[in-house]
Design a protein around this ligand. Sequence first.
Ligand code: HEM
Length: 158
Amino acid sequence: MRSTEDLPAYSSIEVAKHSSPEDAWLIVGGKVLDVTSWLSEHPGGEDVLLDLAGRDATREFEDVGHSSDARSQLDHLVVGTLRPATDEELRISRNTGTGPKKEGGMGFDNAEVLREWIHEKVSSFRRVGTIGAVSAAVLISAVIIKRYGMGWTAQGRR
Ligand code: HEM
C-alpha cells in the first residue's frame, strides 16, 4: 500500500460531496475512503455505509468492534487523508448550506462548520455589545450634563 503521506488531503467539506451510491466516500480514523466499488462486498451490508456516505464514520466503525481483518481491508480503500477545512470552504459551506449534515439536526453535523458559526456569532454579539456600551455611555453623559450642567468645568476655570 502507498504511504498515506503520498495521498491527497481532503477536507470534510470535500468528502461531503461524495455521498451517493455511485460515488461514496467515508472518513474513518482520519483516512478518506472511497467505498463505491466495495459497497456490495461489505459484510455488514451497503446500507450502513450509504447512510454514512460523505461523513466521518469513525465512531460507527469503532462501535461495531471491527476485526483486524476489517482494518486491513480498510487500508485498501484509502484515497486520501483528512485535512482541516479552509476558512473559504467553511464560509461557502455555511452560506450555501452544503457540507456534511445530519438529518433532523441543526444542519451542523460538521464540528468545524459549527465552530466557525459560533465564532462568528460571538464576534457579532461583541460588536453589537461595544456599540451598545458606547451609546449608553454617551446617553448617560448627556443626561448628567443636562441635569447638572457643566458646573465642574466652570469651577475649574475659576
Ligand atoms: C469502510 C470501512 C469498513 C470496512 C473495511 C469494514 C469491514 C467489515 C468487515 C471485514 C466486517 C466483517 C466482520 C469483521 O471482520 O469485523 C464488517 C462487519 C460489519 N460492519 Fe463494517 N466495515 C467498514 C465500515 C463500517 C461502517 C462505517 C459501519 C457502520 C455502522 C459498519 C458496520 C458493520 C456491521 C454492522 C458489521 C457486522 C456484520 C455482522 O457481523 O453481521 N462497517 N465490516
